[in-house]
Design a protein around this ligand. Structure first.
Ligand code: B12
Length: 213
């Protein structure tokens, strides 16, 4: 059983990056499971931040502070999540779609895929369809992962898949979509090959898709 790292949740909620980092370091020194730190304390903290934002207890500055605290701790955990196997199982191009700057969840998915033995080409956030196309071409990746956190940028996922089709490379890759507003129904609608609601689910899904191909 893992100790109670409630303080990590609180530090992220308070946007206290220094404290979040200190608790993360302490937890790691006590051999805490990095994935559990993320799923049990850090993601719930960001969920609560979102809830407070929605009911106007928090505004954009608070969002930014919490995101910074989350990112600081995640930077420490990322290499541990990504402690990877030898041969890459596949090559993934990942990015947050055009118009969308949220990258915490995308980074988490990227780390978990690395941990699952995939070679990951991370294009960052606000990625245009053309940049996805260029990356698929130059890396000969077999998978594309698209992330969107805003309802208004979900459409960019559709545009990106259409652009891959137009460029004649849609058949070369499996396309996975995810992010809070996305669901499997929408994934189907826009012609994606898969959807997962979280990072660990994404790894299993990607492995199945590669096995299929
Ligand atoms: C942090 C945050 C920010 C930060 C982002 C910092 C950063 N570098 O990422 C900042 C402050 C910049 C920000 C800005 C804005 N934000 Co904001 N933000 C959030 C917040 C609080 C948390 C998001 C987060 O990081 N969650 C933690 C991660 C781990 O979870 P996740 O991203 O969902 O990812 C997981 C899964 O979705 C999945 N996943 C994600 N991607 C993928 C991809 C694939 C392929 C797969 C399989 C799975 C997968 O796996 C991940 C891990 O399990 C959310 C609220 C929320 N609870 O989602 C609002 C939220 C997303 N933001 C919102 C809004 C409105 C905005 C702004 C428009 C605010 C403004 N008025 O300026 C701007 C938009 C800027 C832009 N153009 O993108 C709204 C969106 C509403 C909507 N439905 O459209 C939300 C929902 C808040 C709310 N409740 O109103 N935001």
């Amino acid at each position: 059983m893992m100790a109670n790292y409630e303080e990590l949740r609180e530090a992220i909620l308070d946007g206290n990056a220094k404290r979040a980092l200190a608790v993360t370091e302490m937890a790691l020194a006590e051999n805490a499971d990095p994935l559990e730190l993320v799923t049990r304390y850090m993601i719930p903290a960001m969920d609560e931040v979102g809830r407070r934002f929605e009911c106007e207890d928090y505004f954009v500055p608070e969002l930014l502070l919490s995101a910074r605290a989350m990112k600081g701790s995640l930077a420490l955990l990322r290499p541990l999540l990504a402690a990877r196997g030898a041969q890459p199982v596949g090559r993934v191009v990942i990015g947050t779609v055009k118009g969308d700057l949220h990258d915490i969840g995308k980074n988490l998915v990227a780390s978990m895929l690395e941990g699952g033995g995939f070679e990951v080409i991370d294009l960052g956030a606000d990625v245009s369809p053309q940049r996805f196309i260029d990356a698929v071409r130059s890396s000969s990746a077999n998978l594309v992962c698209l992330s969107a956190l805003l309802t208004v940028t979900m459409g960019s996922m559709k545009t990106t898949i259409e652009a891959l089709k137009k460029a004649g490379i849609r058949d070369r890759v499996k396309v996975l979509v995810g992010g809070a507003p996305v669901n499997s129904q929408y994934a189907k609608e826009i012609g994606a090959d898969g959807y997962s609601e979280n990072a660990s689910g994404a790894v299993g899904l990607v492995k199945n898709l590669v096995a299929e191909a």
